[in-house]
Write a protein that binds this ligand. Structure first.
Ligand code: NDP
Length: 315
């Protein structure tokens, strides 16, 4: 493919998590011949999850990467052109929207569905990488169930950490919340909930130094950054809830975003501030962040794109 070539499509989908593939299934079945760019992490965040037990239709659970292969096959079955490349530049000035791949291919699209997702922030410990999906997780709602009756730790002091810590406390024997300062950033109501949960212990001024274990987690060494004292907590699960980062950098300056860089859509719709550009999934949702909700908004984006194309007389 020549670097200077320009390609035209009715529907460009950026991202390959549940939102992107669901948008692709709907767009392909509506004969929009969508072109989907997978981005850096084909399959999205679910490819770093182990078993998914809360996606309807899989009563026995499903391995995250396998589920995303199923999504992809279903999108391809109806003619989605899936490409393992990254879109790293866009230009949304004209009526026809432009995007460029890393290798310089220009795509001109009548509609663009953004499904670039978000990425969990991690602490950056070597042990965190090594034990990921073997007891280390960034999603209590996804993985908490595997630790029922056990003792777990969770890092963070915001609303997510507070919410996930209280969620874990309902099924785990004990939850240790590791907070790096002497206060929580979470809203007052969430703070109260944390402090009144009996099996939830808050460790103030505390940082995780090392997650221990080889095949699974069997403890975490924590440091009190005020006293300098190091202790080991006997946990079998370790959750990180220090925030997410939406993957929206390339849209800065084009699309409306909130203070945390999540894309802003018309309430209850997938419409962005630019005609013909639709946003779905975690790139525009910091509240629910579930595969099933992402899939739902992917569907909405495809239906909105189809209606837009029909209104413009393009299809
Ligand atoms: P936040 O950015 O609000 O909080 C991140 C937390 O993680 C902070 O307490 C921060 O500490 C801590 N942290 C960051 N980096 C590290 C690190 N390296 N080591 C240890 N701790 C660290 O993210 P959230 O995901 O909690 O929330 C994001 C947004 O979503 C917020 O606006 C929140 O209110 C909202 N939200 C709302 C919910 C609701 O209304 N039900 C539920 C969940 C989220 P420090 O405080 O010291 O900076």
């Amino acid at each position: 493919m020549s670097e200077a070539s320009v390609e035209r499509t009715k529907c460009l989908i950026i991202g390959s998590g549940p939102a992107g593939y669901t948008a692709a299934i709907y767009a392909a079945r509506a004969n929009l011949s969508p072109v989907l760019y997978t981005g850096v992490q084909p399959g999205g965040q679910l490819t770093i999850t182990n078993e998914v037990e809360n996606y309807p239709g899989y009563p026995k659970g499903v391995i995250g990467p396998e589920m995303m292969e199923d999504f992809k096959s279903q999108a391809e079955r109806f003619g989605t052109d899936v490409r393992y490349e990254i879109i790293d530049k866009v230009d949304f000035t004209g009526p026809v929207h432009k995007a460029w791949t890393e290798s310089g291919q220009e795509i001109q699209a009548d509609t663009v569905i953004i499904a670039t997702g978000a990425s969990a922030k991690w602490l950056g410990l070597e042990s965190e990488q090594r034990l990921m999906n073997r007891g280390v997780s960034a999603c209590a709602v996804c993985d908490g169930f595997f630790f029922r009756g056990q003792e777990v730790a969770i890092v963070g002091g915001g609303d997510t950490a507070a919410e996930e810590a209280t969620y874990l406390a309902k099924m785990c024997a004990k939850v240790h919340l590791l907070v790096r300062r002497d206060e929580l950033r979470a809203s007052k109501i969430m703070q109260e909930r944390v402090l009144k949960t009996p099996n939830l212990e808050v460790h103030w001024n505390t940082e995780a130094e090392e997650i221990m274990g080889s095949e699974g987690v069997d403890g975490v060494r924590v440091l009190n950054n005020k006293t300098g004292e190091s202790t080991v907590l006997p946990v079998t699960g370790f959750f990180v809830a220090i925030g997410h980062k939406p993957n929206t950098e390339i849209f800065e300056g084009w699309l409306d975003m909130d203070a945390n860089k999540y894309l802003v859509t018309v309430p209850g719709r997938s419409l962005t501030n630019i005609e013909g550009i639709f946003a779905s999934g975690d790139a525009q949702d910091h509240i629910y962040r579930q595969a099933v909700t992402a899939a739902g908004t992917g569907c909405m984006a495809a239906l909105d794109a189809e209606r837009y194309l029909a209104d413009k007389g393009i299809i």
